[in-house]
Design a binder for this molecule. Structure first.
Ligand SMILES: Cc1ncc(COP(=O)(O)O)c(C=O)c1O
Length: 482
C-alpha cells in the first residue's frame, strides 16, 4: 500500500487511479427533492436515479470498473459450453483460492440457494458470525436455523475492537457440544460482515473457527462477497499479517475452507457469482443444480463479458493499492463526521459509513422507523440516497407486532472508486448541517405495507410536517444553493 503523507499534516485518502469515463450527475433543488421523496413513499428504494445526486444505497454491482476490465470484456469467448472465458475465470480462482472446482451462478444469493438445497436439512443448525438477509432466507426455507455467534463487541455500535466480525469461540464450542456436530452441516464465516457495518474477522479467529469445525468433521464455508475489505483490515490491523502480501493472506484464509462462495457484484468489481469447492465429491453433489436454476456449467447465468471483467477484477483484488481505496474513504468520512459530533458506527468498516439513527434522532421511537426517517432526511438535505438498516427492514411478528431491530442504522455505501473526495466532503457537510437540526426530524408511518420485504416496496409518509419545515430551514441557511 502506498504511504503518502501531506506537507499540511492533513490525513487525506489519495486515489491511486484516475477517472477516464464519467457519468453526469444532477443535483435537483430541495423543493424537487421533497416532491421526489414523497412520490417514492419515503422509501429510498423507490427513488428514481434522475432525482439522486450521490447514490449511496449499495455497493452491489455498482463499483467502478478498471480500464483493464473494460478491455477484457471485448475479448470474451461467447460460447454456451467450453468457453475460453470461463476457463480463464476458473484458472484465476484456482490460482487465488487453491481450490480445483468451481460452479458459476448469477449472483451471491443464487450460490446460497445451491448451498442450502444441497447441504441443509430440516432441523439443521448453521452457525455463523452474523446472518445476511438472503443467506438466512435460503437456510430457513430448507428447514434449517441460523445461530449467530458473533463476539459481544460486534453489535456495539461504538467500539475500538479491530475485528468486530470475529466468532465467539466459546459460544461455538458450546453450541457444537449442545446440538451435536451431526446436526451442523457447515459453519459459515462471513467476511466484511455486512449487517453489522462491514466489520471484519481476523485471520487468527477464522483459523481457530475452522480448526474447531474440522476437529468435529464439520464443513467450513466462507462467504467471500466482502472479502476485499476484510483482506485490507487483516493486513492493516492484524500485526501477525502486516508483512504478508494480500495474496498470501487470501491463500492462508482459503486453505482453511472447504467451500468459498461470493457475490461478484461486490468481490471482483463485476456482476455474477460462484462457488469454489475443494473436493470433487462435494462439487458433484451440487453440480446439477447449476443447469437447473442458473445456466450451463460454463456460464451459470452470467454474461461472458462480466466473467472476463470478474477474472481481471479478482486479480486486481490482490493489489493493496486497489482494495485500500474503499476502506480509506470510509474511514475519512467516519472520522470527519465524528469530529462534527455525528454518531456513526465505529471503528469504520468496509462497504460504507453507517449513521447511528438511534443516537442521531433519539426522539423518534422505533415504531416510527428512525433509520427510515433519517434516510428521508439525508436525501432531503443533500440528494444523497442511503439504505435503512433497522426496524423497517425487519418483518412483523406473526401476531402483527413490530419486531424491533437491535440497531437502527442508515448505511451510506461507498461503491468502490465511484465517488471523489469532494463528493464525500459534500455528504459530510450536508449530514453535519442536518445534525444541527436533528430535533426537527420526526418519524414515518406506513401507508402501504406489504406483508414481506416491506423495505423494498412499502410506502410511508411523515408524521407531521417536519419535512416541509426542514426544507424552509435549508432555504434560510443555504439561500439559493442547490
Ligand atoms: C455478505 C453477503 N452475502 C451475500 C450477498 C448476496 O449477494 P447478491 O446480492 O449478489 O445476491 C450479499 C449482498 O449484498 C452480501 O453482502
Amino acid at each position: 500500500m502506498a504511504d503518502i503523507s501531506f506537507f499540511s499534516g492533513e490525513r487525506i485518502p489519495l486515489e491511486l487511479h484516475k477517472v477516464r469515463i464519467v457519468q453526469k450527475l444532477d443535483l435537483v433543488p430541495i423543493e424537487r427533492r421533497l416532491e421526489a421523496i414523497s412520490e417514492a413513499g419515503n422509501n429510498t428504494f423507490l427513488l428514481q436515479n434522475k432525482d439522486i445526486f450521490l447514490d449511496m444505497l449499495t455497493d452491489s454491482g455498482v463499483n467502478a470498473m478498471s480500464d483493464k476490465q473494460l478491455a477484457a470484456m471485448m475479448i470474451c469467448d461467447d460460447s454456451y459450453a467450453g468457453s475460453a472465458t470461463f476457463t480463464r475465470l476458473t484458472e484465476k480462482l484456482t490460482e487465488i483460492f487453491g481450490m480445483d472446482y468451481f460452479l458459476p451462478a448469477h449472483q451471491g444469493r443464487a450460490c446460497e440457494n445451491i448451498l442450502a438445497m444441497s447441504l441443509v436439512k430440516t432441523g439443521n443448525i448453521i452457525p455463523m458470525n452474523y446472518h445476511f438477509t438472503t443467506t438466512k432466507a435460503h437456510i430457513t426455507r430448507m428447514g434449517g436455523r441460523v445461530e449467530e455467534l458473533l463476539i459481544d463487541e460486534g453489535i456495539k455500535t461504538t467500539s475500538v475492537h479491530p475485528f468486530k466480525g470475529n466468532f465467539d469461540l466459546a459460544k461455538l464450542k458450546a453450541l457444537i457440544e449442545r446440538v451435536g456436530a451431526e446436526n451442523i452441516p457447515f459453519i459459515r464465516l462471513e467476511s466484511g460482515t455486512n449487517l453489522i457495518g462491514g466489520q471484519p474477522f481476523s485471520l487468527e479467529n477464522a483459523k481457530a473457527v475452522c480448526a474447531m469445525a474440522h476437529e468435529h468433521g464439520i464443513l467450513t464455508v466462507l462467504d467471500a462477497s466482502l472479502l476485499q475489505d476484510n483482506l485490507y483490515f487483516i493486513k492493516t490491523r492484524e500485526s501477525a499479517c502486516k508483512d504478508m502480501s494480500v495474496r498470501q493472506i487470501t491463500r492462508e484464509l482459503a486453505d482453511q475452507m472447504d467451500i468459498i462462495y461470493f457475490s461478484a457484484r461486490k468481490l471482483g468489481f463485476a456482476r455474477g457469482g460462484g462457488i469454489c469447492i475443494r473436493s470433487k465429491k462435494l462439487c458433484d453433489s451440487m453440480r446439477e443444480l447449476v443447469p437447473m436454476f442458473e445456466g450451463f456449467l460454463t456460464y451459470g447465468g452470467m454474461s461472458v463479458r462480466e466473467i472476463e471483467a470478474m477474472t481481471v477484477g479478482l486479480e486486481e483484488t490482490m493489489d493493496m493499492d486497489i482494495i485500500s481505496q474503499g476502506p480509506q474513504f470510509i474511514q475519512y468520512m467516519c472520522e470527519q463526521l465524528i469530529k462534527n459530533g455525528v454518531p456513526v458506527v465505529t471503528p469504520p468498516g468496509g462497504l460504507g459509513c453507517h449513521l447511528n439513527a438511534s443516537e442521531f434522532i433519539p426522539q423518534v421511537p422505533q415504531n416510527q422507523y428512525p433509520a427510515g426517517a433519517l434516510a428521508a432526511a439525508v436525501y432531503l438535505a443533500g440528494g444523497i440516497r442511503g439504505m435503512e438498516r433497522g426496524t423497517l427492514s425487519e418483518q412483523r411478528e406473526e401476531d402483527g407486532t413490530e419486531h424491533m431491530s437491535s440497531v437502527e442504522l442508515l448505511r451510506l455505501a461507498l461503491p468502490r472508486r465511484v465517488f471523489t473526495l469532494s463528493q464525500v466532503k459534500y455528504a459530510i457537510d450536508r449530514i453535519t448541517w442536518l445534525y444541527q437540526y436533528r430535533n426537527m426530524i420526526g418519524g414515518l408511518k406506513f401507508v402501504e405495507e406489504p406483508s414481506s420485504l416491506r423495505f423494498f416496496f412499502g410506502r410511508l409518509e411523515p408524521i407531521g410536517d417536519w419535512q416541509t419545515e426542514l426544507v424552509h430551514q435549508f432555504r434560510k441557511d443555504f439561500g439559493t444553493s442547490l
